[in-house]
Ligand binder design. Structure first.
Ligand code: SAM
Length: 219
């Protein structure tokens, strides 16, 4: 099994942020939103998306549920700028609020949210426990936590194959970032261990695509 190779944590190089925002993640992102709504629609009045990037997931969620208000945070100024534009274009500024902030120590009161969601953030973090602890702190008692991320393939060859299968026509910068992300990602066993360490071993964790795992449950 390959060890994790960290990639830069914050995506604050403007060209890299733009290449990411322009890439087509519509299939996994829509699946993420559909499953979240299917399982937890009753619990989505106030939603926090940690590491929201260009806010594609939040835009899909807000468009699907017009009464829901969501907050996205990201530590990258270029990502927040792109997200602001895309949210305005989608006509969703009244439903989506963005805050530039860095995990841990997000600027919210404890137990503020009905749901804490995150897509493709965890592999960026040198210490993933800061994320699980932040989610526990900011979710209300009974809140939904709903997290998807890449899992680390068994070899660099497999990582290259996944990039070619899923992103053949994307920008070179995106392909390089994607490859680095796969190598920085956690295995399912590592995620299970993190959940045990965080006192969240009752969460469900499963592989949901050739490159993603999904973990979710109630605090
Ligand atoms: C791969 S992108 C995922 C974006 C988005 N969630 C999506 O699904 O498209 C990861 C994002 O996490 C942000 N990020 C990384 N570390 C962070 C931290 N400690 N606090 C806040 N944001 C962080 C990066 O700047 C980047 O925008």
């Amino acid at each position: 099994m390959m060890n994790r190779i960290l990639e830069p944590e914050i995506m604050d190089i403007p060209d890299g942020a733009l290449a990411y925002a322009q890439a087509d993640f519509s299939i996994p992102n829509q699946k993420f939103v559909d499953k979240l709504i299917e399982l937890y629609k009753y619990n989505l009045n106030s939603v926090l998306d940690i590491g929201c990037g260009s806010a594609d997931v939040l835009i899909r969620l807000a468009a699907a549920l017009p009464n829901v208000h969501v907050v996205g945070i990201d530590a990258s100024a270029p990502m927040i700028n792109i997200a602001e534009n895309d949210i305005a274009k989608a006509g969703l500024i009244s439903q989506i609020k963005l805050v530039k902030a860095c995990v841990p120590n997000l600027p919210f009161e404890r137990q503020s949210f009905d749901a804490v969601i995150s897509n493709s953030l965890l592999h960026h973090l040198p210490d993933p426990m800061v994320f699980w602890n932040e989610a526990k702190l900011l979710g209300k008692k009974g809140a939904t936590v709903f997290i998807m991320d890449l899992f680390r393939p068994e070899s660099t060859e497999q990582a290259k194959m996944i990039v070619e299968r899923a992103a053949a026509n994307e920008h070179e910068l995106l392909k390089q970032d994607f490859y680095n992300s796969l190598l920085a990602a956690f295995t399912l066993e590592e995620v299970r261990q993190q959940l045990m360490d965080a006192g969240l071993s009752h969460f469900s964790v499963s592989i949901v695509s050739e490159r993603h795992w999904l973990a979710h449950g109630i605090l």
